[in-house]
Every structure is written in structure tokens, then in C-alpha cells.
Design a protein around this ligand. Structure first.
Ligand code: SAM
Ligand code: SF4
Length: 347
């Protein structure tokens, strides 16, 4: 059995007898991201290496039953929101049944998916039937050539765009379009994306480029900050700030003063939101990560495959959560990029 974290975890029971998982800084942890695969049909420059063969061996990937058991144990500890991600989650056969299983777990109130959209056109209806509430679709350019340069997946743009439309039609909304801006690639498209949000009544979320790319090309000068995005959009399409629904929400949100659509900015580099973070992550090979930027991870797969019962797993997970980092250290001089990059973590 792998060695567990050393301190006792903090399980608190609220007045309504609802179990909450808390970390040592008093943050409620109720949000789980599950990466179901490290495989992807795209190789986005800010995420994945051009070498597409660096995959986990199949035996290391958690099976659907194993993932489901972990999700159930974590829901028992207070997880209320689950986002399924990857790699590209829609590539993994069996994903629809898995999602509908998650939907049935007692305690899980919000089920979302992040996808590159390539298979969304054909799967949006099934996702809605499975009980998925919302999808985020990554789309970093509305120019087919630039889209191909960023994703290194020529000829995919139209399919992704159709995927966004299919998600809206299937009611998987509000559909969010995630746009990672990387200076030198797509910062000239900020206004174009604002227009897309307005015309299609979508939420466009600009995400600051984080040092989690496989090619280790991240540099502060490549980050297009939330302020820069605001200053580009606001003079053309005046914006009103939208209050956050909950403190742990990652995006700074804005509506257009004169109409439909919304934009958000996820600004972990220029405006970190770690103080209200409610998230933990489970990787496709069964490691629990308490931060995107964790340098340490917890081998829940090892525990599970060694026959641990649910209460041992609960104890192990709550101890890990208790050691959740105060925040990422991107802006500290001694910041170290984790060896696991985004495609292997799940964003
Ligand atoms: N393949 C799916 C997709 O692209 O939506 C899900 C997995 S992807 C790793 C999840 C999210 O992470 C995407 O929105 C992607 O744009 C974002 N992402 C990947 N690498 C990133 C980086 N270095 N900085 C910021 N966001 C990143
Ligand atoms: Fe694949 Fe998503 Fe990473 Fe792009 S961002 S390489 S689509 S996992």
C-alpha cells in the first residue's frame, strides 16, 4: 500500500448534516476533475508534445469501474461537482455509460465535460441523454488555418464549430468556448471571439497560458493577461462585470452592456484565484492531485488495486486534501513546473 500523507484530514459536518471535505486552509473541497484518458487526437501547441506516442500503458489507465468507485467514494466525502476531461474524453469508448453512471451517484449535482469538440457533433445528443449538464469546448481560433497551426490537426475547424452548435442545440448549455491565448498565435482574435459570443449567445472564456505545456515553451511574455483582454474588448463592446455565483468560480465574468453573450477571463497567472479554490483532480492513471501545479501526487490507484476498502480510501483522500497547497507558485522566483503536463493532468 502506498505511503499516505502524514497529517489527519479534516472532515467537517455542516449544520445541515452535509459532509464537507475541507483542507487545512479552511477551503471547502467540493469540485472534482476526472481525466479519463491521456489520449488526444489534437496536439495543441500549449498543451501536448508534437510526439503523439507518449501515452500511459493501457494497464495503468483506470478502468471505468475503478473510476466510478473513486467518484462514489469522493462524493461520499463531499464532492458535489464533477467535470470530466482528458486528454480528449470523447475518444474513450464507454464514455457515455460512464457519464450516466456519474449522474446517478448520490451527492453529485453538477456534471460537466471539457472537450476539444471534434466528436461533439455526433455525440452531443447522447451526452445530454446521459445527464451531462454543460460542456466547455476548446477552440482557440476562428480562422481554419490558424486553428490547424495551433491544434496541429488540419481540417478539424469546421467539425469543432459544428460541435459547438450541436451542443447548444442539445441543451448542453450555457456552452462555454475556451480560448487559450498565446501571444504570437491568436491574440489578434480577441475581438473576433467577443463577436462570436455576441452573435451565438455563448460564453467565451479566455484562459491565460499556464506553464503546463509539454514543449516547455511557456514564458511570461507569451501570456495575454485578463487586463489586456478587457482593454481590447471594452472600448469596442462595453462590458459590465457579472458577480461570481460562488467564490470558487475561476473566471472573472462580464456581460455586454447592449446584448447577448458573455465573456470570462480565467487568469491564474495575472490574477490567481487559489484562495477560494475548491478543486482536486484525478488523473487517468489514478493519481490524486490537489493542485494543477502540485509537485506531489497521491496514488489512489495503487491503494484501490491493493484491495483497500472504502473507509481506508476516504481516510487517504481526506489526508491528501488536508495537504492541498495554499496556491500555485507561478509568480514566485523558485517556481518549478510539474513534470506532468496538462494533457496528462486534465484541465
Ligand atoms: N481535450 C479537451 C480540451 O481541449 O478541451 C480537454 C482536455 S484540455 C487539457 C482542458 C483545457 O485545458 C482546455 O480548455 C485547454 O485549452 C486547456 N489547456 C491546455 N494546456 C493549457 C495551458 N498550458 N495553459 C492553459 N490552458 C491549457
Ligand atoms: Fe488535446 Fe485538449 Fe490538450 Fe488540445 S488542449 S492537445 S485538445 S488535451
Amino acid at each position: 500500500m502506498p505511503a499516505g500523507p502524514s497529517r489527519a484530514g479534516s472532515l467537517a459536518i455542516t449544520a445541515g448534516e452535509e459532509i464537507m471535505l475541507k483542507d487545512s486552509y479552511g477551503r471547502d473541497i467540493h469540485d472534482l476533475r476526472i481525466s479519463v484518458t491521456d489520449r488526444c487526437n489534437f496536439r495543441c501547441v500549449y498543451c501536448k508534445s508534437a510526439d503523439s506516442k507518449n501515452y500511459f500503458p493501457h494497464k495503468d489507465l483506470l478502468g471505468w469501474d475503478e473510476l466510478m468507485r473513486l467518484a462514489r467514494v469522493m462524493a461520499g466525502l463531499g464532492i458535489r461537482k464533477v467535470r470530466v476531461t482528458g486528454g480528449e474524453p470523447l475518444l474513450r469508448p464507454g464514455i457515455i455509460d460512464f457519464l450516466s453512471g456519474l449522474k446517478q451517484i448520490k451527492g453529485i449535482r453538477d456534471l460537466a465535460l471539457t472537450t476539444n469538440g471534434y466528436l461533439l457533433g455526433q455525440m452531443a445528443g447522447e451526452l445530454a441523454m446521459a445527464g451531462v449538464h454543460r460542456v466547455n469546448v476548446s477552440m482557440d481560433s476562428s480562422d481554419p488555418d490558424r486553428f490547424a497551426a495551433i491544434t496541429r490537426a488540419p481540417g478539424s475547424f469546421e467539425r469543432v464549430m459544428q460541435g459547438v452548435d450541436a451542443a447548444v442545440e442539445a441543451g448542453l448549455g450555457p456552452v462555454k468556448v475556451n480560448v487559450v491565448l498565446v501571444r504570437g498565435f491568436n491574440e489578434g482574435e480577441i475581438l473576433g471571439f467577443a463577436e462570436l459570443a455576441r452573435t451565438k449567445n455563448l460564453i467565451v472564456r479566455f484562459i491565460e497560458f499556464m506553464p503546463l505545456d509539454a514543449d516547455h515553451n511557456w514564458d511570461r511574455s507569451l501570456v495575454v493577461t485578463a487586463r489586456e483582454i478587457f482593454e481590447t474588448i471594452h472600448p469596442v463592446f462595453p462590458l459590465d462585470e457579472v458577480p461570481r455565483r460562488e467564490a470558487s468560480e475561476t473566471a472573472l465574468r462580464y456581460r455586454f452592456k447592449d446584448g447577448k453573450g458573455e465573456i470570462g477571463m480565467v487568469a491564474p497567472v495575472s490574477n490567481p484565484f487559489c484562495g477560494a479554490c475548491s478543486r482536486i483532480r484525478l488523473t487517468a492513471d489514478g493519481k490524486l492531485r490537489t493542485c494543477l501545479f502540485s509537485l506531489e501526487e497521491y496514488d489512489v490507484a495503487g491503494l484501490l488495486r491493493n484491495g483497500a476498502n472504502d473507509s481506508t480510501m476516504e481516510e487517504y483522500i481526506s489526508r491528501a486534501v488536508d495537504k492541498k497547497e495554499r496556491g500555485h507558485r507561478i509568480n514566485e522566483p523558485d517556481f518549478v513546473q510539474p513534470s506532468r503536463t496538462m494533457v496528462y493532468i486534465g484541465g
